[in-house]
Design a protein around this ligand. Structure first.
Ligand code: ARG
Length: 460
């Protein structure tokens, strides 16, 4: 016989290595608050249906509340022999209140208990992350509004393409993060379903009322099928896929911030508090925060792959494999929260170097498309216009002049339909202002779009 709570049918104790190998207390202790919350709801429901007396319920609730205070005060020693958070807390409850503590697990299994704990935990974390996403989006909208008139080169293939406004670029980021926000909200719906009551796999013979437990814990409804309830981890995979997309976006933004803060681009300044120096090169100011966020993307992708692989081929219902769901999920949550905290602080603090952005946009013949569009308005076919402008650019490369710096007679060499009014479209201001439709880069469109984004977020 062993002293384990499940030791009744065993004839020798668990091997010490096996006990340590199979224990999860090292990481699932993080779930203590949600485990206690779930147990209090379970005991409350059991007393409502007459399985526990009200005195027993009260003793259990008081005992669990004491234990929670002990844990928060650091007065608890977790035991590996007790395997996991559930049995650690239950053993301590029995130490405190005696035999009544042993009644808490009536009509319940660790299988539905852990599934409930992770959902409660993840729901709280989702709500915290939701607030961080709102803060980041607000920061982006504020920055975009402030930089609605700031002209920079827009890129394709990382080559100067057409002038855009910096505000427009920042609102593109806001769209990316807005979709992540929607995905998180959607994921929450499937997290917020109650497994408790499924017991080990088939349900329980006690007259439980799962609607009461669901209501007490703020779940939308009890899970429909007991086998699915204890074995489903889709919600964790959905969360990590949300996290992967979010980190992919943060990584793309990071890459731009890293490039732009280099001397070669010189588009932005990141305040010193988001950067670090070099121990050898005194001149250095390194964009560590965006670099680290870019780097952290890899671990979150890894967690998504871990969870997908963890679940593949698992027969119904609960298998011990599922214990491996926690570390990837916890680390994904921590990583997302850290990255969002850093980004939420850093994004609105970005300082645009307007003159330098403007100069870069002027250098790359970024208004070549505007000249082609001008020719089309004069009646030239687009393909011919393309050819004419191509030749003008070649001339510009040869003579070191931007299109807007050429004289009218220089431009007329390539097409005599060009008149003095061409200079209105060849300026960077004219170019961005002309893209004046919903979704376009014109400053007034950027301001209108920022306002719509603000309204959307306010009602999100
Ligand atoms: N520590 C386990 C887990 O994380 C709790 C459920 C254990 N259930 C069992 N039948 N061994 O999944």
């Amino acid at each position: 016989q062993t002293n384990q709570s499940w030791g009744g049918r065993f004839s020798e104790p668990t091997d010490t290595f096996v006990a340590a190998f199979t224990a999860s207390i090292g990481f699932d202790k993080r779930l203590y608050h949600h485990d206690i919350r779930g147990s209090i709801a379970h005991a409350t429901m059991l007393s409502q249906v007459g399985v526990l007396t009200e005195d027993e319920r009260d003793a259990i609730i008081d005992g669990l509340s004491d234990i929670e205070r002990d844990i928060e005060a650091g007065n608890i020693e977790w035991s590996v022999a007790l395997e996991d958070i559930h049995m650690n807390i239950e053993a301590r409850l029995t130490d405190k209140i005696g035999i009544t503590g042993k009644k808490l697990h009536t009509g319940r299994s660790r299988n539905d208990q852990i599934a409930t704990d992770i959902r409660l935990y993840l729901r709280d974390e989702i709500d915290a992350i939701d607030l961080e996403l709102t803060r980041l989006r607000e920061g982006m909208i504020t920055l975009a509004d402030r930089e609605a008139d700031t002209i920079m080169p827009g890129f394709t293939h990382l080559q100067t393409a057409q002038p855009v406004t910096f505000g427009h670029h920042v609102l593109a980021w806001q769209e990316m993060i807005g979709r992540d926000h929607e995905r998180l909200r959607d994921c929450r719906k499937r997290v917020n379903v109650l497994p408790l009551g499924a017991a080990a796999l088939a349900g329980t013979t006690y007259p439980i009322d799962r609607h009461v437990t669901a209501e007490l814990l703020g779940f939308d409804r009890p899970a429909e099928n007991s086998l699915d309830a204890v074995s489903d981890r889709d919600f964790a995979i959905e969360f990590t896929s949300f996290a992967s997309l979010l980190l992919m976006h943060l990584s793309r933004i990071s890459e731009e911030l890293v490039l732009w803060s280099s001397a070669q681009f010189d588009f932005i300044d990141l305040p010193d508090r988001f950067c670090t120096g070099s121990s050898i090169m005194p001149q250095k100011k390194n964009p560590d925060v965006p670099e680290l966020v870019r780097g952290k993307t890899g671990r979150v992708y890894g967690h998504l792959m871990s969870l997908l692989t963890l679940m593949k081929s698992q027969p119904l219902a609960y298998n011990k494999d599922n214990q491996e769901d926690k570390e990837p999920l916890f680390d994904s949550v921590d990583t997302v929260k850290g990255c969002l905290r850093a980004f939420g602080d850093m994004i609105p603090a970005i300082e645009a170097k307007n003159a330098s952005m403007y100069e870069a946009a002027r250098k790359g013949f970024s208004t070549a498309t505007d000249l082609a569009d001008y020719l089309v308005r004069q009646g030239v076919a687009f393909r011919d216009a393309h050819e004419i402008v191509g030749k003008s650019v070649a001339y510009g490369i040869e003579t070191g002049k931007d299109l807007s710096e050429m004289t009218l007679s220089e431009l007329k060499q390539f097409s005599d339909t060009i008149e003095q009014d061409v200079f209105e479209v060849l300026t960077l201001e004219g170019s961005v202002a002309a893209r004046n439709h919903i979704g376009g880069t014109a400053p007034n469109q950027v301001r209108a779009s920022a306002q719509r984004a603000r309204d959307t977020l306010a009602h999100f």
